[in-house]
Design a protein around this ligand. Structure first.
Ligand code: NAD
Ligand code: MG
Length: 359
């Protein structure tokens, strides 16, 4: 097991990473104050891991909350089911909400914890690679609104994040690859040596070698925590975490949410950001191709969908939230391992990039 301490003063918390941590009662009891616990999970994850976690929590009074699975259920109606369960079982202000599942469950359970009786303790047990390396770190919680994704929410830090790498054994391979897109992203934006390490270990990662997984998750969480700590409420540098995301969101929106997984769209979008950094002379073609090769070895797409034309990107990107003062700002690589957020590029470079991105 590896442990990373996220340093936020009074709200500091540990991230534990290792195999079969779901069975380690002391990791939970160290961070639980009351006698009541609610485990929020979904219909897919519950049959896999709920019994084991409930057994680990046998010293507590456990209320299971099993929600429907899917991004389309990340809304008020489903959130209400969590409050119904908490109030129905008379949970008081000393209760702890535990999220057992992927990012959808983590975001919803965290938001419920942030507002139940004005805020109760919250523990994350993320079970997808994406949630282990990304959504469980940084304190963003929330739900979708019919008019926008993640538009209702709160910053709310967990008391602990407990990452059991063995849960990835049941994760569909496509979801694993989607998580790897965010892992590779950390190397590109702020940890160049990590890229070399990933090149040496990507096959072992895909084979779910526990030692290699633990190391990759640890380095990813450390990278995210470092960026987030410098900028807890996203006023500036945190935006570098969105490498590939502006292009990626255009793909997700154009294709309809869920057709391309988020990580898949981020992968193709990252290649576009690399291409543009290359066009600007900031990284070499060899460096660009090195990153593309790594994404390919992670079984990720590296070209945008064939039916999407440069004009489609420009239209979707014109409404992106990173457009400030009418100027499109993008996350690009100043060099390998160093990202910048900039609106300072000639528009024709963006257009050349879009045309060049179809391979
Ligand atoms: P997800 O939660 O939908 O999980 C993907 C699928 O895998 C689901 O069907 C889920 O039930 C299933 N699953 C989960 N764990 C499993 C396991 N161990 N074995 C088998 N199946 C399993 O998707 P995700 O990619 O984990 O998270 C995406 C969500 O995270 C989005 O809603 C996004 O907005 C959010 N997110 C939040 C942040 C943040 O900072 N809070 C960051 C990134 C993403
Ligand atoms: Mg992302």
């Amino acid at each position: 097991m590896q442990t990373l301490q996220v340093d936020l003063g009074e709200r500091s918390y540990p991230i534990h990473i290792g195999e079969r941590l779901i069975d380690r009662a002391e990791l939970f009891s160290d961070r639980i104050r009351g006698r009541q616990v609610a485990v929020v999970t979904n219909e897919t994850v519950a049959p896999l891991y709920l019994d084991r976690l409930t057994q680990t929590l046998s010293d507590y009074s456990v209320t299971p909350v099993i929600l429907p699975d899917g991004e389309e259920h990340k809304n008020w109606q489903t959130l209400q089911l969590i409050f119904d369960a908490l109030l129905g079982a008379r949970h008081d202000r000393n209760t702890t909400v535990i999220a057992l599942g992927g990012g959808v469950i983590g975001d919803m359970a965290g938001y419920a914890a942030s507002s139940y009786q004005r805020g109760v303790d919250f523990i994350q047990v993320p079970t997808t690679l994406l949630s282990q390396v990304d959504s469980s770190v940084g304190g963003k919680t929330g739900i979708n609104h019919p008019l926008g994704k993640n538009m209702i929410g709160a910053f709310y830090q967990p008391r602990a994040v407990i990452i059991d790498t063995a849960t990835l054994k049941t994760l569909p391979p496509r979801e694993l690859s989607a998580g790897l897109a965010e892992v590779i992203k950390y190397g590109l934006i702020c940890d160049e040596p990590f890229l070399g390490w990933l090149e040496a270990n990507v096959d072992r990662l895909r084979a779910l070698d526990p030692v290699v997984l633990t190391e990759a998750i640890h380095r990813s969480c450390a990278a995210k925590a470092k960026v987030v700590n410098a900028d807890e409420r996203e006023s500036g540098v945190r935006a570098i975490l969105n490498l590939g995301h502006t292009f990626g969101h255009a793909i997700e929106t154009h294709m309809g949410y869920g057709v391309w997984l988020h990580g898949e769209a981020v992968s193709a979008g990252t290649v576009m950001a690399l291409e543009m950094s290359c066009q600007l002379g900031w990284i070499t073609r060899m460096e660009r191709d090195r990153a593309i090769k790594l994404l390919q070895r992670a079984a990720l797409p590296v070209v945008p969908p064939a039916q999407m034309k440069p004009q489609d990107f420009l239209e979707h990107m014109a409404v992106d939230k990173k457009v400030l003062d009418g100027r499109l700002r993008l996350v690009l690589l100043r060099r390998m391992g160093e990202a910048v957020v900039t609106g300072d590029f000639p528009r024709d470079v963006l257009e050349t990039t879009l045309s060049a991105s179809y391979g």
